[in-house]
Ligand binder design. Structure first.
Ligand SMILES: NC(=O)c1ccc[n+]([C@@H]2O[C@H](COP(=O)([O-])OP(=O)(O)OC[C@H]3O[C@@H](n4cnc5c(N)ncnc54)[C@H](OP(=O)(O)O)[C@@H]3O)[C@@H](O)[C@H]2O)c1
Length: 334
């Protein structure tokens, strides 16, 4: 029997929700998976409940707390030492959302923690692994076919970070906006807690961090040509019942999925969201650079993905260039 040439995909945040539900389709398409989590114990327990023994054999668990830049560095070193083949595809999925905080939580390096986990941790991870992933173009077996796979990075974006969409203009507490980036320019340490240097708004801190994720996709796509790597983002739909909402009031957690299912019709199951993420990270039809893939805000059966128009706050070259350079400094890459 001819041995399959497995591709290597890395995904962050697989203990629950979208990340956990992305594992099964990735394994079905034939990937060998590196699952990056802050607790291997919880990540193995969650995957074990959900995957077969033979599927579990194709997952490697690596412990990285994305809030801690030192941990990102040592975890990436471990990855680079452990795997002989370079990584073909990276999926940045992990995130925290803590809209009820009264004052900012701080990462080990002293940064506001939502930005640290969602943006800084992923930014550093991508940059450390970039040389490795850029060298990965080769033939792999994917979904029953041998394919020359171009390196790919897929980042989870969201509607609330995109001012071009109605969901991105919701004023509670405020739309995502990096302003003049004075918070980043001034070092982003206490008492600074927002990218624009203004008063701490925890819900906006999440939106801003996702805006930074989407800005990074645009800027990386300018810096690395589509001949070398495909970098894009996606909004899988409103997965209103994941643990992302664990820090919201219980009444919100009860009503939000009902509202999304029956009023906005934006609700997407965790399983479908996972399928969408796995497809964007794997399939040729999504191999177009700097696209933000979406299935729209009103879900309809059989709906196809399209390229969502993005706001100036995401695609403006000056903002994306400045955000990228300031983030490089803050995470210690310069
Ligand atoms: N749910 C939605 O409606 C929706 C909509 C659009 C986009 N998204 C995006 O989809 C992605 C997944 O969200 P989800 O809804 O599936 O949320 P979730 O169930 O809360 O999953 C988040 C994952 O991130 C991990 N994580 C949190 N902090 C971490 C850290 N410091 N280091 C490493 N991993 C960490 C969590 O692990 P722990 O168990 O250790 O906390 C968990 O595995 C996020 O990027 C989110 O912004 C979600």
């Amino acid at each position: 029997m001819v041995k399959k040439i497995k591709g290597l995909v890395l995904i962050t945040g697989t203990t629950s929700g979208v990340g956990l539900n992305t594992l099964k389709p990735l394994l079905r398409y034939g990937w060998e998976v590196i699952a990056v989590n802050r607790s291997n114990k919880r990540a193995v327990e969650a995957a074990d409940q959900y995957l077969t023994d033979s599927e579990m054999e194709n997952i490697h668990f690596i412990e990285i707390d994305l809030s801690d830049l030192d941990d990102v560095r040592s975890g990436c070193d471990e990855i680079l030492k452990k795997f002989n083949n370079p990584i073909n595809s990276i999926i940045c999925n992990a995130a925290v959302y803590k809209p009820r905080l009264r004052k900012p939580e701080r990462s080990p390096q002293g940064f506001e923690n939502t930005m640290a986990v969602n943006h800084f941790g992923h930014f550093l991870l991508i940059n450390i692994l970039l040389k490795n992933i850029l060298s990965s173009e080769r033939e792999i077996d994917l979904n029953g076919k041998t394919t020359k796979f171009k390196p790919r990075i897929t980042v989870l974006g969201t509607v609330t970070a995109n001012y071009s969409e109605l969901g991105g203009r919701i004023p509670i507490p405020a739309p995502a906006d990096l302003g003049n980036l004075s918070g980043f320019k001034n070092g982003f340490l206490s008492p600074i807690s927002m990218a624009n240097g203004k008063k701490f708004k925890p819900g906006k801190a999440y939106k801003d961090s996702k805006l930074c994720n989407m800005v990074t996709v645009q800027e990386l796509s300018k810096r690395y040509s589509k001949e070398r790597i495909i970098i894009n983002s996606l909004y899988p739909g409103c997965v209103a019942d994941t643990k992302l909402f664990r820090d919201t009031p219980w009444l919100f957690r009860f009503l939000f999925p009902i509202f999304q299912k029956f009023i906005t019709k934006g609700y997407v199951s965790q399983r479908l969201a996972g399928e969408r993420v796995a497809q964007v990270a794997s399939f040729k039809e999504y191999a177009k650079p700097a696209i933000h893939w979406s299935w729209g805000n009103r879900q309809k059966f059989g709906r196809k993905a399209f390229s969502q128009k993005l706001s100036k706050r995401i695609i403006d070259s000056e903002i994306s260039g400045q955000t990228y350079e300031l983030t490089r400094k803050l995470v210690g890459l310069d």
